[in-house]
Design a protein around this ligand. Structure first.
Ligand code: GRF
Length: 236
């Protein structure tokens, strides 16, 4: 069987004049794990040390195993407090010693103590164009607000829920007649595109921060597709 990039250890690769040691991640999930799968299927040049779930029955665990990735469960129900769960989660992560912690549908709010332990090393995907619609039920919030454009955001995690520095966003139209499920499906499709992209930039050392903590990606501008000034323009 051919060896996939994420299964290799200790490899290095060249990027514009620099040689980097291959970076490593752990992926945290709680359920279905379709973002995790998109990351695994993207064949990124990174070492995926394990997939960790806070739910023993998360569907994504089976899929990770099928991909040959190690899995761990830290069941939040086994801990009396958020702090105790986060300490156990942190201990599991520290054993694996990843460079980055990738939240992919991980449905637990992390304590500031946990987040501050890994500054600029935890990333998350959120199904809205942050700072619009933080928290849960983002598609319901978007439909209730009547926005015409919705989307997804990959960002660094800070103690402030859904407010960390933004790495990448992508937008989709809200169509007449959309319900939550239809909108969620359209957004999920772009989530699957932007998360592997963000991880490519991150693990290739292409992310820089301005003094105001704004993310800049080295070597790219915003892609405008057709060359139009506007990404989404309503038509008659
Ligand atoms: C995704 O929409 C993600 O943005 C949100 O929860 C959903 C998880 O889906 N946080 P999956 O488990 O990746 O399929």
């Amino acid at each position: 069987m051919p060896v996939k990039a994420h299964q290799c250890w200790g490899l290095s690769f060249a990027f514009p004049g620099v040689t980097l040691i291959m970076q490593s991640i752990v992926i945290l999930i709680s359920g279905r794990g379709s973002n995790m799968e998109a990351i695994l299927d993207a064949g990124l040049r990174l070492n995926i040390k394990a997939v960790i779930s806070n739910r023993p029955d998360a569907l994504g665990l089976k899929s990770a195993t099928r991909h040959g990735i190690a899995t761990r469960v830290v069941d939040h129900k086994a801990y009396r407090s958020r702090e105790a769960f986060d300490a156990a989660l942190g201990a599991t992560i520290d054993q694996l010693a990843p460079d980055y912690i990738v939240l992919a549908g991980f449905m637990r709010v992390l304590t500031p103590a946990f987040v501050n332990r890994y500054p600029r090393r935890i990333v998350n995907i959120h199904p809205s164009l942050l700072p619009a619609f933080p928290g849960l039920h983002t598609h319901r919030q978007a439909l209730a607000a009547g926005v015409k454009i919705h989307g997804a955001t990959v960002h660094f995690v800070t103690p402030d829920l859904d407010h960390g520095p933004i790495i990448v966003q992508a937008a989709v139209p809200v169509m007449r007649g959309d319900d939550e499920a239809a909108l969620a499906q359209r957004v999920l499709a772009i989530e699957h595109r932007i998360y592997p992209q963000a991880l490519t930039w991150l693990t290739a050392g292409r992310i820089a921060f301005t003094p105001n903590d704004v993310v800049e990606i080295r070597g790219i501008g915003v892609s405008l597709g057709s060359g139009d000034q506007f990404l989404l323009v309503p038509k008659e």
